[in-house]
Design a protein around this ligand. Structure first.
Ligand code: HPA
Length: 237
């Protein structure tokens, strides 16, 4: 048990999928895992453990933004022995070459958050994905015929960004903006664990283009396939 996760020892698998939305966690458990058991309901931030093709996999909601994700990932790493953490979520496209419905495997995550400055002061840490996970996800996507790109994203503290900072990030090749990945990668580095973010592009900030519910569902299923194949592969000795 930890402050925000009410799970017994051994109730959480070594590989965990991390959607922001706790109801997404419940949906994933019910539709993609076999024999799912709910291990957490504290604050409605649902967590489940089940199996995928025989391999144990958990799915834990993190909430929105780096401070919320930080609480859950800290507790998963510190108290539940989690080795592999795969964020699954959406991002907004900020680069002309990125299209809505694209699947992005986030190779690295910039950030505007004070979370990084609190830790590193004037130094600038570069949060990056685990290469083995990235490679496994890339191969799973190729195997399944799912179009995807490997690219950097930015984790912003502001969903409603009046300063339009995304324009500067885009000039430096950053493809998408979301709100969690930089902290996930930083904590994985700190605790010597593996992390990856797999993101679908839900909207285009530069063009204003959005996705329909049906398109979001198709990209979501593609993202889930990549995430589950990658997580399950980690369980193989
Ligand atoms: N900004 C931040 N996070 C997001 C966005 C966005 O526009 N779209 C999806 N997640």
């Amino acid at each position: 048990m930890s402050i925000h996760i009410n799970a017994k020892e051994g109730a959480i698998a070594p590989a965990v999928l991390l959607p922001g939305d706790p109801l997404r966690a419940a949906f994933i458990a019910e539709h993609f895992l076999e024999n799912p058991v709910c291990y957490n309901q504290v604050r409605g931030m649902f967590g489940y453990t089940g199996t995928y093709q025989g391999a144990p996999v958990s799915v834990q909601g993190t909430g929105m933004g780096q401070p919320s994700l930080s609480i859950y990932v800290n507790e998963l790493f510190r108290f539940y022995g989690v080795r592999t953490a795969i964020r699954i979520g959406t991002c907004g496209a900020i680069h002309q070459s990125t299209k809505v419905r694209d699947v992005i495997l986030a190779i690295g995550a910039c950030s505007d958050s004070a979370i990084l400055t609190q830790r590193f002061g004037i130094l600038h840490f570069a949060p990056t994905a685990d290469f083995g996970l990235l490679e496994a996800a890339h191969q799973a996507a190729d195997r399944e015929g799912i179009a995807h790109i490997v690219a950097p994203v930015v984790s912003s503290d502001l969903f409603y960004d009046d300063n339009e900072n995304w324009k500067l990030w885009a000039k430096y090749g950053v493809r998408g903006v979301e709100m969690e990945t930089a902290e996930l990668y930083t904590l994985a580095a700190k605790f010597d664990r593996k992390a990856l973010a797999i993101l679908t592009v839900s909207d285009h900030i530069a063009t204003g283009e959005t996705t329909t519910a049906e398109e979001r569902q198709t990209s979501f299923t593609a993202m889930m396939k990549i995430a589950l194949e990658t997580a399950a592969a980690q369980a193989v000795p």
